[in-house]
Write a protein that binds this ligand. Sequence first.
Ligand code: COA
Ligand code: ZN
Length: 315
Amino acid sequence: MQVPERITICEVGTRDGFQIEPDFIPTESKVEVVDLLTEAGVPRIEVTSFVSPKAVPQLRDAEAVMAAIKRRPGTRYAALVPNDKGASRAVDAGVDAIHTVVSASESHNLANVNMRIDESLDKLAAVAQIATRAGVHLQCGISTSFGCPFEGDVPIAQLERIVARLVGFGARGIGLADTTGMANPRQVGTVLERLVPRFPGVEWTLHTHDTRAMAIPNILVALEHGVTHLDASIGGLGGCPFAPGASGNVCTEDLVHCLHAMGVATGIDLDRLVAVSRRVEQLVGRPLPGQIIKAGPSTRRYPVPDTVAGRLKAS
Ligand code: COA
Ligand code: ZN
């Protein structure tokens, strides 16, 4: 199997996860989680989003969170924005990168940001100008890239048209998001085979949700197609408030464990990451879907049972 030597993970739990928590996570707890992720060596963190506080009240404290986190040089702190207002707020708050959002399907875009796709793209042109002027990295994500919970299949030609517009605005990174876990590995391969050669120089990120237990299989196919950037969420938190049936992202510690087991470097300290996940479980007050937090890493060993030990000695 062809795998890259190194993968860059962007942690999105404090945005994709905390946005859908039923209870408001206090600002100081959000800051604590971002700081713990930084200390665990996570290279990129999508800290929060600068969206309408009426649409996503859980993240209404975006400015306060950005102002309070301890920033480690070399770590990239990003925020999600849907429009120019969000971009200006994000730049004023000192983000290193702006992540934008538009959907590949009209109905999800209307449900999520109350705009048609072309209206969103016009707003994102303004976002790109704000990002360029501020010298902030621009990565544009496309929700429902592999299927829409309302419309079903999304034609690749539609995805390609949106990518072309975003690249035209100066986006250096493109994120393909499987918002409600509809993608399958073969489809991920087909989409990447079509898009990657068409847009040379683009940094591709795969944003997966494990709604149907296909996140890691999809990621493995993406790695074989040369994708080196992945979004993931601590503990497997996450989900879009405006997509029915949405559930958590691929779990960061499970993904890091998988990559390290295959000899792929991430720069992340897995033990520390698992400790962050335990802390997040305390904060949200329930167990999260991650597996490694329960099973331990595959290097874990158990004592040999006495009966077996006796037979081993005898033989
Ligand atoms: N940050 C804060 N406030 C914003 C904002 C932003 N980025 N964008 C718009 N607003 C405010 C406007 O100033 C206006 O405020 P007012 O009512 O006090 O005058 C209000 O929101 C409505 O503005 P409008 O441009 O008409 O927006 P809308 O109501 O059509 O909503 C979005 C559009 C994009 C702002 C909203 O749907 C949104 O924030 N969606 C985010 C969805 C999301 O985060 N989904 C999950 C992640 S994928
Ligand atoms: Zn998501």
